[in-house]
Design a protein around this ligand. Structure first.
Ligand SMILES: Nc1ncnc2c1ncn2[C@@H]1O[C@H](COP(=O)(O)OP(=O)(O)OP(=O)(O)O)[C@@H](O)[C@H]1O
Ligand SMILES: [Mg+2]
Length: 257
């Protein structure tokens, strides 16, 4: 079993504290939330943190063109192209393998092999799968999805000894925590991003839903997305709410989402 004291920074100091010191090295974590909440930005922030420490990092997109994601990152002032030139940032598009996995059944090995082949067997320390839910889209059988995702996670942990961040989407307006309601059981920790409307303004929220082998802070905080810095976590949501809505208001039904 991995040493639970060996921690890897998420790229956000406050989030590290909320997780009891960061991710445990070699484990797999999940960032979940509705579309547009900041899952990709948080996962890139995690990789950028590794790149600044001279680590080799792999980013796998499953339903987007990698160029589009890296262009988007430029709008935050993050230059992943420069890290690509040094060879320490390895972006991959693995749509094809996802499609074949659906077609041919138990092909989680093909997906993990694809990562191995694309990295030419080089060692890397951080991996992002964005979004992992796309791998199992269209699969009706819940048992199959669970086994497929479980095999992928286990194989990645065994073969690469890497700290992995997967993203998964929540259908808009749903009370679920993830697309298949399975991903959260398979991960060692879950970070939930959200958006709420307060006085006509959109407020972004973040909390840690689960963190194995750690004492965690499960308070919900507000956050903003700031160029260069990425996700910046502010005050607890409850304090923010009272400040914006006035002390007489109690948190409750008037909150959509
Ligand atoms: N340069 C920027 N400055 C400030 N905010 C930005 C910037 N670029 C993107 N954003 C914000 O980040 C949000 C998108 O974040 P991100 O792509 O990480 O979401 P996501 O959760 O991955 O969405 P999806 O589920 O669609 O993949 C946008 O809605 C936008 O509000
Ligand atoms: Mg995304």
């Amino acid at each position: 079993m991995a040493d639970t004291s060996e921690r890897v920074s998420t790229g956000n100091v406050k989030l590290d504290t909320m997780l009891g010191g960061g991710f445990i090295r070699g484990r797999t974590y999940l960032v979940t939330g509705e579309t547009g909440v900041g899952k990709t930005i948080l996962s890139l922030q995690f990789l950028l943190n590794g790149l600044t420490r001279n680590e080799t990092c792999v980013y796998v997109t499953i339903d987007e063109r990698v160029e589009g994601v890296l262009r988007g990152a430029e709008s935050l002032g993050w230059n992943f192209w420069a890290h690509m030139e040094t060879g320490r940032f390895i972006p991959l598009e693995l749509r094809i393998y996802a499609a074949e996995a659906r077609k041919y059944g138990k092909e989680s090995r093909a997906f993990v092999d694809a990562i191995y082949n694309a990295t030419k067997g080089r060692r890397f320390s951080r991996l992002v799968l964005d979004p992992v839910s796309a791998l199992a889209q269209g699969v009706k059988d819940e048992f199959y999805v669970r086994e497929y995702l479980r095999e992928i996670i286990t194989m990645i942990e065994e073969r690469f000894n890497v700290t992995t961040l997967m993203t998964t989407d929540i259908p808009t307006g749903s009370k679920r925590m993830s697309r298949f309601m399975l991903e959260e059981f398979l991960a060692s920790g879950v970070i939930v991003l959200g958006v709420k409307q307060l006085n006509g303004m959109l407020v972004r929220t973040v909390y840690v839903r689960k963190m194995r082998w750690s004492s965690m802070d499960s308070t919900m905080y507000v956050f903003t997305i700031v160029p260069e810095r990425g996700i910046v976590i502010g005050e607890p949501f409850e304090e923010y709410y009272r400040r914006v809505m006035g002390p007489a208001q109690r948190m409750g039904q008037e909150l959509p989402g």
